[in-house]
Write a protein that binds this ligand. Structure first.
Ligand SMILES: Nc1ncnc2c1ncn2[C@@H]1O[C@H](COP(=O)(O)OP(=O)(O)OP(=O)(O)O)[C@@H](O)[C@H]1O
Ligand SMILES: [Mg+2]
Length: 451
């Protein structure tokens, strides 16, 4: 397996070695050129000196220089030296052995010309190696750029894109032919992880289905005997089947209340099971909002007066507004939000049920109380099932923590949003939106009401 690390290391090592070798060759050739140039300029200066030497003047310095040079190095010796260098150069097997060199060796060519020509060759070759040596790092940079882009960054980008898709629940993608390197290893690991997640999801989904099925069967089975218990208790408390004394009446009343609570709880659990198994079906119709709000508030009147709380309805849109909804389900949501508000309101306060049209279109229905409020931390939790923010502060605060979870699911089924705005000590406003609504003419409204 040729890893990316090994590839980069060997390419950089080869480039380094190439650059060093070529630089050495260029350096060697420059050095030879330099030495030869010195030799030749020495010889040329002596020749020019001889040429310029004016025998009439007998320039004493020139004569002296000439003598010195002659003493120092004879012309034939210089020829010999240059000749040696040319030989040595040709000894490098560089195929530059030229006829001029042969002629020179035979004494048919002036050694200055041969030497100049040889220097030129050396210079050219030195330049060639220098340029090559310089182009090696450039070549390396170009390769690295190409390799980083196409061999590393592009596959990494692809991988991160797949991971982002994975986060949005798209588990089916797999890399078809991972390469035999580190990126390929990552892709193989991704494939294995994705498969494992998919298997786990399948397993969890089938467990969840089994659980929802069990809850809905159990709830159904519980509801049937509860209905008869409730009926029997009703008969007892209404004293149709016979007189009962006061303590027994009180006990029957408690039993009736608790049976009601149990029925509510079982209904909530059934709803939740339906929502989770995605078998909840909504029956959506155009419904007059104003009458729905008043009807729901009216239904909670008894509970509100027990808690000494007033429910106020404020609907600036008036009676000519219809909303597409499952009215039973929206009534269930509003009932839960108002009864929560009542549960947490101090006696003598009021709960406001109001309607607003938001700027971007949907209707917002909100329920505001003057209760203790909810901390920011708890605001994020209370919409989960079985979550309760505070312990009971009075006898009215009872519940299982399912109401808001069911409300959230029901509002989402209506393509709306649900949330809470609250500050501790300053009350809470629970709100939800309904996107499909319209204003109707009075005539249409009369027809609807008649229907
Ligand atoms: N208006 C409110 N003021 C303060 N806290 C609230 C308010 N409404 C809800 N909460 C908090 O959110 C929790 C969850 O509410 P939710 O309606 O889901 O459950 P519950 O009312 O306790 O029980 P259930 O509705 O299932 O009978 C409540 O227990 C309470 O702690
Ligand atoms: Mg509730």
């Amino acid at each position: 397996m040729k890893t990316i690390k090994a590839t980069i290391n060997s390419v950089i090592f080869a480039l380094l070695l190439g650059t060093l070798g070529l630089s050495y060759l260029a350096f060697q050739d420059y050095q030879i050129t330099e030495t030869m140039q010195n030799q030749i300029s020495q010889s040329l200066s002596v020749r020019d000196l001889v040429k310029e030497l004016n025998p009439a003047k007998k320039d004493p310095t020139a004569v002296k220089k000439l003598r010195e040079f002659k003493n120092d190095l004879s012309d034939s010796e210089r020829r010999h030296r240059v000749s040696n260098m040319i030989q040595a150069y040709n000894g490098h097997n560089r195929n530059l052995y030229d006829t001029r060199v042969k002629e020179f060796e035979k004494g048919e060519q002036d050694f200055f010309i041969v030497a100049q020509w040889t220097i030129k060759k050396f210079k050219n070759s030195a330049h060639f190696y220098a340029v090559l040596a310089m182009s090696f790092p450039l070549l390396g940079l170009f390769w690295l750029f190409y390799f980083f882009n196409y061999g590393l960054l592009n596959p990494l980008q692809g991988l991160s894109q797949r991971m982002m898709e994975f986060l949005t629940d798209q588990y089916t993608f797999r890399f078809s032919s991972p390469a035999n390197n580190e990126i390929g290893n990552l892709e193989r690991t991704f494939n294995a992880l994705a498969q494992k997640v998919l298997n786990n999801i399948d397993e969890l989904q089938s467990l969840d289905r089994a659980k929802s099925e069990f809850v809905s069967i159990a709830s159904h089975e519980l509801r049937t005997p509860l209905t008869s218990i409730k009926g029997s208790l009703g008969l007892l408390s209404s004293q149709i089947v016979g007189q009962i004394d006061e303590p027994a009446q009180e006990m029957v009343l408690i039993a009736e209340q608790e049976t009601d609570r149990l029925v509510r709880l079982i209904n909530d659990m059934l709803d939740l099971a339906k929502i989770e198994s995605r078998s909840l079906t909504l029956e959506k119709n155009w419904v007059l909002l104003d009458s729905l709000l008043h009807k729901t508030a009216q239904g909670l009147h008894g509970f509100a007066s027990t808690a000494q709380v007033e429910i106020r309805v404020e609907n600036p849109l008036g009676e000519d507004c219809e909303v597409l909804m499952d009215s039973d389900r929206i009534q269930q949501v509003i009932t839960n939000l108002i009864s929560n508000a009542i549960k947490f309101s101090p006696p003598g306060s009021h709960v406001d049920l109001s309607v607003n049209q938001l700027l971007d279109g949907p209707l917002e229905i909100s329920i505001t109380d003057q209760g203790p409020g909810i901390s920011e931390e708890n605001q994020g939790l209370i919409f989960e099932k079985f979550r309760q923010a505070t312990g009971p502060s009075n006898h009215l605060v009872k519940g299982t923590g399912l109401g808001l979870a069911i409300s959230k699911a029901l509002i989402e089924e209506h393509e709306g949003l649900i949330g809470v705005r609250s500050q501790q000590g300053l009350g809470s406003t629970f709100y939800f939106t309904l996107p499909q609504w319209r204003k109707i003419s009075h005539q249409q409204q009369c027809q609807n009401e008649a229907a």
